[in-house]
Design a protein around this ligand. Sequence first.
Ligand SMILES: NC(=O)c1ccc[n+]([C@@H]2O[C@H](COP(=O)([O-])OP(=O)(O)OC[C@H]3O[C@@H](n4cnc5c(N)ncnc54)[C@H](OP(=O)(O)O)[C@@H]3O)[C@@H](O)[C@H]2O)c1
Length: 252
Amino acid sequence: MDLKLRGKRALVTGSSRGIGRAIALSLADFKVDVAINYLRNRTRAEETAHEIEERGVRALVLKGNVAKPDHVEHLFSSIGDSWGGLDIVVSNAASGVLRPARELTLHHFDWSMHINAAALLPITQQFLEMDSESEKALVAVSSLGALRAIPNYTAVGASKAALESMVRHLAAEFAPEGLRINAVSAGTVDTDALLHFPNREELLDSALKRTPAGRLVHPQDVANVAIFLCTQYASMIHGQTLIVDGGYSILA
Ligand SMILES: NC(=O)c1ccc[n+]([C@@H]2O[C@H](COP(=O)([O-])OP(=O)(O)OC[C@H]3O[C@@H](n4cnc5c(N)ncnc54)[C@H](OP(=O)(O)O)[C@@H]3O)[C@@H](O)[C@H]2O)c1
């Protein structure tokens, strides 16, 4: 299928591993050049970049903490220097403190809000300044914790709710400037991120049992929807969060 993405240039934050990696590789499958961003794991980022180049498009490997505005500025200026512009951003990198609320401090809370929600602001501002030949698309990656109560997820869930609200506000403000902003929200996906959950096995088990579609969400499921939101076929979708959870969240 031709999604008419050929020749576009994308940045996917946190794309050395997990869902970000799947999104980056899918974009490359549709002949999009992809800048891989990572925080610590250069080897994994380079492996992903290598797989992107094997698909016949360009890759950049950029270290940077999305929670730091000067790092974000550097990410975008590096892409501008190398490629002269940018058409797609997938704001996927996330972190946060997973603890029972009784043990959470305001520092934990602020940190989770900062990286998962507030970081979208400098990312959007920098993206607005980039040259692009067509409409720009920004997709943020959220989670069901924005809407539902998940054990140990108070800080991260609140940050994802804030992220989805920011997506609506930023989408309304910047649509007239040709920047289309949406989010994709995923159910439980078995990535390295789950290793930080004290109750990983229980989480996977209950997600599988409760999912009407009968299997867990895979990184590729999230990537497919993120890619769709980047295409011109989604051109009238603005400020929405599309849920990819095999029906988990529709059950009472
Ligand atoms: N896994 C799930 O069940 C699930 C469900 C719903 C939504 N999500 C969302 O999906 C997204 C990706 O999650 P994942 O499960 O794929 O995570 P993951 O496997 O832990 O990968 C995280 C990625 O983000 C990078 N990263 C972390 N902090 C960063 C920072 N401050 N600046 C830049 N890059 C940073 C990591 O780089 P390094 O390799 O260098 O560490 C890595 O590439 C997140 O937004 C998450 O909230 C996940």
